[in-house]
Structure formats: structure tokens, C-alpha cells
Design a binder for this molecule. Structure first.
Ligand SMILES: Cc1cc2nc3c(=O)[nH]c(=O)nc-3n(C[C@H](O)[C@H](O)[C@H](O)COP(=O)(O)OP(=O)(O)OC[C@H]3O[C@@H](n4cnc5c(N)ncnc54)[C@H](O)[C@@H]3O)c2cc1C
Length: 409
């Protein structure tokens, strides 16, 4: 691509910022415009439910880059700019405030948007969602003056918020619709482990029930469940997941659980690419949608390389995410929608264990690691190699994970 062209990136989250930066690292000298509807300097989201919420990190600590970095890399960062439409024929995009931007190549890095619930009484004060810095600030300020919080949904963000709020001395009740939260991702045994972990840490966890009404004068005072429980609370956080943000649309732009991209990050429209949370991409030959920080970073880097050196760099990264709760660090590698067998290595009682998800050929498709970061590297390799392993060896802590590979492949 000519170094005099313009690349426009929509979304200055972790994917957009890494894309812009890696274009420069790869030597691209044309114009880079980075647009975001948020007014804040680009920031990192994971700390919002963890170290930032508990006060270990402040606003400056979670900026993705020092503000001067954009200038020094000659990245034209424009905040508070919401993109509405694209015209792929004339290579122009339009924003909500009526301005337009011409591009030679376009990257969509619009991330995820919140899934919302409509519940009777949800217009009362004290009811929150968490996706942006502004949401996190509103929650943090509000909970300074409350003693009891209800969290709806025991997914990772709800679980992390329960942990952080407990750390702030707040009484927390989680209401979870299913009997085993995140069972489809981590399996029943690890789901049960999470339930026990919350309860051991003093959180009231209600499963198999859902909040159907909020009561209060002007502020929320009570959450009522379908099962008839009335839970006193002065604040509520709804944490019921996200969906890919494909709000920038066009009839020719194919979407299916995100913008559909090939292994190079190309969408169905020529010269329009997409990366990060907003995409559906081919992983081990199957389209997947992943909403994790590490994927957003690595995907954006690869896709931006392909924007300037077309189809040079297929993306084939093993998905990875982490979570932190009650001073435990959890890591998950791979992606398994279903599995035939699970193997526990060490006991969950110690909080230090690894759990494998194998297919019917005994190929490890994913692994969940609790407080055993040294297992990360061999496991990433194991999942990438797609070789069958002996499940008994995996379960045996006396056999190193590296040896499991050597003995059996
Ligand atoms: C509270 C919280 C905690 C998390 N913790 C973890 C964790 O522990 N581990 C982990 O792996 N992942 C975690 N995640 C997920 C991780 O943050 C995301 O996977 C990552 O942010 C995705 O990056 P992205 O750049 O693709 O999208 P986003 O970070 O969503 O960025 C997209 C950007 O696009 C902008 N945008 C959207 N539409 C438009 C438009 N029309 N015009 C202009 N701009 C637009 C948005 O304002 C946003 O800034 C967490 C997320 C949250 C919210």
C-alpha cells in the first residue's frame, strides 16, 4: 500500500490502539486516523472491575498509552467521534456529528456492547452496568455510600466485581439464573469451584433464580427474585454479558456473531478489515467469536500487518484470558465449546490446580489454570500441536506437562 494513503481505525480500545501502533512499527508512513466515541484517552478495561475498582490503580495507571505517544507516532487520535455509516464505494465514513473521513483502508475495532435486561423498576437510581470508564466511575462513587449490593449474573465480570466489592467491605449478593454459572465455558466442576469460592469469601450466591423487580422510592432499595426472595440493597450491578458491536454496518458487510473476517482479518468488503472483540474469525477451521484482551491485541497486530502487506500474515493464535478474584489468578487457554472428557490435575481444595478439556481423540482443546502460571507455556504449546495425549499422564502431577507431550506424541 502506498505510504501516502490514509488508514482509518474505528475504535480506540486495546485492538485499535495496538493496530495503530503496529502500523508505525511496521514502517507505515501514511496518515493514521484513530476514532473513538468515548471522550476519555484510551484506557484498559480489565482493571475497571479489579485493581482500579479497589483503588490499587488510578486513572493514569490504566491509560493504554501516555497521551504524548499518539503525537510522537503521528497518530491522529480523535475522541468523542461516533461513526455512523460507511460508504465503501467512495471509501468514506460518516460520523454522528456530521463530519466525514476519507480512507484508503479501514479497520473496524468497535469491540463489544453490553447485553441489557429490562426489569420492572430498572429506572431507579443505583442500578448500573459496567463496560466503560464512565460506568466504572459512577459505580465506584455510588458504592462508597452503600452497604449492600446485588450483582445480577455470575459471569467473569460479575464475579470480579463481587470480589472487588467484598474487598471494599460491601455485602454482596449474586443472583444467577443458571444452577452452574459459566458451565458451558469451564464445565460443572469448575463452576462449582467458583460458587464455593464466592461463598467461602462471604458472598451470598443465589443460583437458579432471577431478579424480576426492583423496589424503592427514587433509589433502589430491594431486588425481588422470581423465586420470591426479597434482597435488600442500595445498589445493583447488571452483568449479563456482551454482544459484538457491529453498529457500523453496510448491506455488503457480512456479520454473524461479529464482523465475519478471514484469517487475514479481511471482511466481505475489499479494503475493510476488522479486529478484536467485534469479529468472528476462523480458529482451527471453525468460526469463533472471542471477547478477550489478549486476542484483541494479537489479532489487531496481525490484521494491521495485513492492511499494509496484504495476506502476508494469517492469524492463528491460541485464545487466552485471565481473571482475578479473591487474590487468585485464573487463566484459560484455547477454546472448547464442547468436550468429551475433563481431567483435573491436582485438587481444587488447594486453589492450585489445572483442568483440561479433551475431545473424543484425547486432544486437549482448552485448559483452565488456577494459580499455576508455570503451566501456561506447555499448555499453550499442547493446544497448538493438536496431538492426542494420555489423560492419565495429564492427571499425574509427578509427570511434567512437557513430558506428557514427549512421551505421547
Ligand atoms: C470490566 C471489564 C473487565 C475485563 N476483564 C478482562 C480480563 O480480566 N481478561 C480478559 O481477557 N478480558 C477482560 N475484559 C475484556 C477485554 O477488555 C476486551 O476483550 C477488550 O477490551 C476488547 O478490546 P477491543 O479493542 O476489541 O474492544 P473495546 O475494548 O470494546 O474497544 C472498542 C472501542 O470502540 C469504540 N467504538 C465502538 N463503536 C464505535 C463507533 N461507532 N464509533 C467510534 N467508536 C466506537 C468504543 O468506544 C471502544 O472504545 C474485560 C472487559 C471489561 C469491560
Amino acid at each position: 500500500m502506498s505510504d501516502t494513503g490514509t488508514i482509518v481505525i474505528v475504535g480506540a480500545g486495546i485492538a485499535g490502539v495496538h493496530a495503530a501502533e503496529s502500523l508505525r512499527k511496521e514502517g507505515y508512513q501514511g496518515r493514521i486516523v484513530l476514532l473513538d466515541s468515548d471522550n476519555q484517552m484510551p484506557y484498559d478495561r480489565p482493571p475497571l472491575s479489579k485493581e482500579w475498582m479497589t483503588g490499587v490503580k488510578d486513572d493514569d495507571n490504566i491509560l493504554l498509552r501516555d497521551p504524548s505517544r499518539y503525537e510522537s507516532l503521528d497518530i491522529d487520535l480523535k475522541l468523542g467521534v461516533e461513526v455512523k455509516d460507511i460508504d465503501p464505494v467512495h471509501k468514506i465514513l460518516y460520523t454522528k456529528d456530521g463530519s466525514s473521513y476519507q480512507w484508503d483502508k479501514l479497520m473496524l475495532a468497535t469491540g463489544s456492547q453490553l447485553r441489557t435486561l429490562s426489569i420492572d423498576g430498572d429506572d431507579l437510581e443505583g442500578i448500573f452496568y459496567l463496560r466503560k470508564m464512565a460506568d466504572a466511575k459512577a459505580i465506584k462513587q455510588y458504592v462508597q455510600h452503600v452497604q449492600e449490593v446485588v450483582i445480577i449474573g455470575a459471569g467473569f465480570i460479575g464475579a470480579e466485581m463481587a470480589s472487588s466489592l467484598k474487598q471494599l467491605g460491601i455485602d454482596v449478593t449474586i443472583v444467577e439464573r443458571s444452577s452452574y454459572p459459566m458451565e458451558n465455558i469451564v464445565g460443572r466442576q469448575i463452576s462449582q469451584y467458583f460458587l464455593d469460592l464466592h461463598r467461602r469469601n462471604g458472598v451470598n450466591v443465589i443460583t437458579n433464580d432471577s431478579v424480576v423487580q426492583f423496589n424503592g422510592e427514587t433509589t433502589v432499595e430491594e431486588a425481588v427474585t422470581a423465586g420470591g426472595q426479597r434482597i435488600p440493597c442500595q445498589a445493583v450491578m447488571l452483568s449479563v454479558g456482551v454482544v459484538p458491536n457491529t453498529v457500523v454496518s453496510h448491506p455488503q458487510l457480512q456479520t454473524n456473531d461479529g464482523y465475519v473476517v478471514n484469517e487475514y482479518g479481511e471482511t466481505s468488503i475489499s479494503d475493510v478489515y476488522a479486529a478484536g472483540d467485534c469479529t468472528s474469525w476462523p480458529y482451527q477451521g471453525v468460526p469463533v467469536h472471542i471477547e478477550h484482551w489478549d486476542h484483541a491485541v494479537n489479532h489487531a497486530k496481525k490484521v494491521s500487518q495485513n492492511m499494509i502487506n496484504p495476506q502476508s500474515s494469517p492469524y492463528a493464535y491460541i485464545p487466552y484470558f485471565w481473571s482475578e478474584q479473591y487474590n487468585n489468578r485464573f487463566q484459560y487457554f484455547g477454546h472448547a465449546k464442547t468436550w468429551s472428557k475433563t481431567i483435573l490435575r491436582a485438587s481444587t481444595d488447594t486453589n492450585m490446580f489445572t483442568y483440561f478439556y479433551l475431545d473424543d481423540q484425547n486432544v486437549p482443546k482448552a485448559a483452565f489454570i488456577s494459580n499455576q502460571p508455570k503451566n501456561a507455556l506447555p499448555i499453550r504449546r499442547m493446544i497448538k500441536q493438536e496431538n492426542p495425549v494420555n489423560p492419565e499422564d495429564l492427571a499425574d502431577e509427578n509427570i511434567s506437562l512437557k513430558k506428557v507431550q514427549r512421551v505421547l506424541t
